[in-house]
Every structure is written in C-alpha cells, then in structure tokens.
Design a protein around this ligand. Structure first.
Ligand SMILES: [Cu+2]
Length: 134
C-alpha cells in the first residue's frame, strides 16, 4: 500500500500560524481595519489617565494674578529631582493665603493639559514634630 506519509509529515513540520492561514485576505483586511478603528477611537475618545504627583517644598514666589507658584521642591517621585521651578496653578487653588517662604505639601496633576498644582497647603508646624494629626 502506498500511504503517502510524506505530505503529512511536511505539513506537520511547517508551523504556519493557524489564525493567519484560516483567515482569508478579506477577513484579514476587515480585522486590520477593525483594529485601526479601535486604536483611533481609543486615541480620540479616551485621553490617557491623568497622572498625579505629590511633592514637598517651599513656596519661593507666589503670583496670584498669573496663577503661578515658584517652588523649591524636593524630589517628586516619578517626575523630577528636587529643584526650584515655577508651576502653573489650577483655577480652584486659592493662592491669596499662600505667603512666600511657606513650607508646603503640594499635589501636581496633568489632568487639565499641562502639569499644574491642584493642591497646595502649608505644612503645619505642629505636625512637623512627627505626630501628624490632620
Ligand atoms: Cu521641578
């Protein structure tokens, strides 16, 4: 008997990706278009999740009119090393009561486009001793 085992063996030896073989060229194109649309929809409809960072430092300069604060800040994990720099401040933050020279804890967020200070509050001198009661 002639069982022709050669083609079977040859087929087994060729590890062609099954999914691609099973899909016709049209189906592949549809999948490709679908993927492209999904990616475009993702890019257009869901902006990247806003990132937040916590920092600590000293308010060197406060410009309530320009909505900026210059901070001499320590390292901000995941963002930058310690430095003195000016940040934009989100509209909701009250800068009127923040005096230059104040030691502050602050939060930054990139939710509204650029990086902005979304919270800034003086470090309670009493809490600095270690028993921080907020
Ligand atoms: Cu900085």
């Amino acid at each position: 008997m002639c069982n022709t085992p050669a083609p079977l063996a040859a087929r087994r030896l060729r590890p062609a990706p099954r999914s691609l073989v099973l899909l016709g060229s049209t189906a592949r194109r549809v999948v490709g278009i679908g993927l492209t649309c999904a990616l475009l929809a993702l890019a257009a409809c869901s902006p990247p999740a806003p990132r937040e960072y916590a920092g600590h430092g000293e308010a060197v300069e406060v410009d309530a009119a320009a909505r900026t604060v210059t901070l001499d800040h320590g390292d901000i994990p995941g963002l930058m090393k310690g430095m003195t720099m000016t940040f934009d401040v989100a509209p909701a933050v009250d800068l009127a009561s923040l005096a230059p020279g104040t030691e502050v804890d602050f939060r930054l967020s990139d939710a509204e486009g650029g990086l902005k200070v979304v919270e800034i509050r003086p470090v309670d001198a009493a809490a600095e001793g270690g028993s921080a009661a907020e």
